[in-house]
Design a protein around this ligand. Sequence first.
Ligand code: ADP
Ligand code: MG
Length: 723
Amino acid sequence: WVELSTGAFWTMLLSGEHLLDELTRIMPAEVLAPEGSVWDTPAWKTNLKAACGAVCVSRPVWGYDAHAAMNTLQKHFKTTTLEGFGFDGYDESLSSAAALIEYLNETQKTSLAHILSLRKFDRRDHMAIDGTTLRCLEVHRTLRGNQRSGSLLACIDRTCTGMGARTLERWLAFPLRGYSAIVQRQDAIEELMQDRRRLESIRNILSGVTQVDRVSSAIMLGRVRPRELLALGQTLNALPDLVGLLEGLAGELLCGVRPALEGFEDDARLILDAISEECPNVIRDGGVIAARYDQELDRLRSIGADGQSWLSAYQQRLCRATGIGNLKVGFNKVFGYYIEVTNANADKVPGDFIRKQTVKNAERYITDELKRYESEALTAAERAKALEVQLFEQLRIKLSSGIERLQGAASALALLDVLAALAQLAIERDYRRPVITQDNVLQITAGRHPVLAEQLRQEFVPNDVCMSSTDDRLLIITGPNMAGKSTYIRQTALLVLLAQTGSFIPAQDATIGLVDRIFTRVGAADELSRGLSTFMLEMVETANILNNATSRSLVILDEVGRGTSTCDGLALAWAICEHLALRVRCRALFATHYHELTELEALLDGASNLNVAVREWADEVIFLHKIVPGGADQSYGVHVARLAGVPREVIDRAKSLLPTLQAHVAKGLDMPELARRAKQSAAQMGLFADPTQKIIGELKHLDLENTTGLAALEILRRLKEMI
Ligand code: ADP
Ligand code: MG
């Protein structure tokens, strides 16, 4: 995949089943597929569109030929081998890369000169996350409204540059899996946090930094705008200060940033000398190149600007030479420049004056010198503009020879920006550094939901997580609706995800055993657009989890089984728990309204019950949002309904039904008996009121004397309807 604005170009080798998940992270605008392949079907195209909004374009199969692929890529990169990019020989990803280059060559009218390297993306270096999980955890966008605001990304983004923001977005989509890669980032963040003044200064400089990656692409492609170049010059000019601030930092990542930002002094001077500080954004208007950059340009400009002073100097010179005191040099749109001498002085006119025009009481002349000046003055502005274009282009070509270094600086700035942003975030929110281990544990003390904790008006109640590979692998969380079950399990997934991007996390302390993959099945989001019923979708996603989770995965299940009848759903939920705890043996959190599942604690090795504490107070229920050991005994659904403003009668009716229905579940009442009891209680509540009184009342007031036969029939029909 290629990012045209910056020229970044990557490959990833993967099997087809993972393709959609990876595409959801990459979020391409267009996807190419070999014609006639399984990726070139209407069904796939619909899926693709739904998952990431991308359009699928069919491409000829021969474009993917192995031999042709190597040729295409070598020709593009002007190399004889791709070893320099880490490719020992051919692999299938290179076919896709070549097909992409061919496609761009065909469709992009500009050159691809800014695509300078190909980077290998290894899936094994990254935590796997499927599209559903990213969506459910609201990492980049919210579930409702699909907005950035309210997402994890928006909530933690403290970057100062566009480059940094895009990098952070990628970090969240591709958390790491390797221990040392994570610790390297943590070290850098910690080091930056230690000196707050330095951090602030770094971020101050970064906020003035332009999008070096995009500007360098624009330079390469010949479409850089004057103000972009000026901004680049200012950015490069600030780099020495930035490098100075990085002095003394020892972490591996930060040490790598420094050399990439050094040695741009000449480029900075070149740009700032060349481009005027008040340059317009288009070159053809002129005024882009600074004064004193080019002598010829200065001269041409002075002709235009100093025109008046040259003319008056010339006039004075002529007056003196001819002795004609009232000689005038002027300009007329039709006749151009002229020297005017009144008829009284006609005898003093020198021989080299050429007559041009006669006016009242005077003659107008021209000289060779004035003619020369005229032709210069009339074209000077145009020539100056043309020269500016030429100078600008020369500057652009000069800069494009150092484009690789500029791209390197862009990456270094992006990295520094993200690290500094995460350091800033950790300071602002008191995030702590989690301990990363290879063991299958997950221990979080006083963890907070990164987004909700900031949004809530009341205090957020922190919660602990304690899981290991042997004990408490499967946590079953029961409790009333609205108690905080979903929040707790999502929060756990989010903290693991954040920890594996290298970030600090909102918790007092934490030990995170590396996770190879996070799976989430949350809620019953209706995805009718994908043509699947809610329950079908729920099962498709659950199947994905059960088939693909490993002992190193983290699985978050929220109310799975809710989409079908109680018994069905309970049976499925039960079997899923068994499978996770005994077969997969992964770390899993299962939030459920099925109290029956709490029985699993006794039956399953590694399963353990949690519930959300509730305090009952008179007729009120107060949710404490505190996760405590043990299973919940009641669901308090009726209380929640009342809190939500369901009408009093419905609440009372539900309350009266509760004992009957509980008896139905517990004692196995048959359906007719259930219906009889329900009707009986309804009658007691006066739900089905007796119409007799009303009918008698109507009859009493009936004036038979004045009722026609037809009207009587109508009254009779109405009375009958009331029964
Ligand atoms: P459940 O899944 O148990 O129905 P949710 O997790 O959806 O409940 O939480 C319901 C609401 O309770 C949240 O929207 C939030 O306002 C509040 N809440 C949840 N957890 C906490 C917490 N730890 N501290 C404070 N408020 C919380
Ligand atoms: Mg919930």
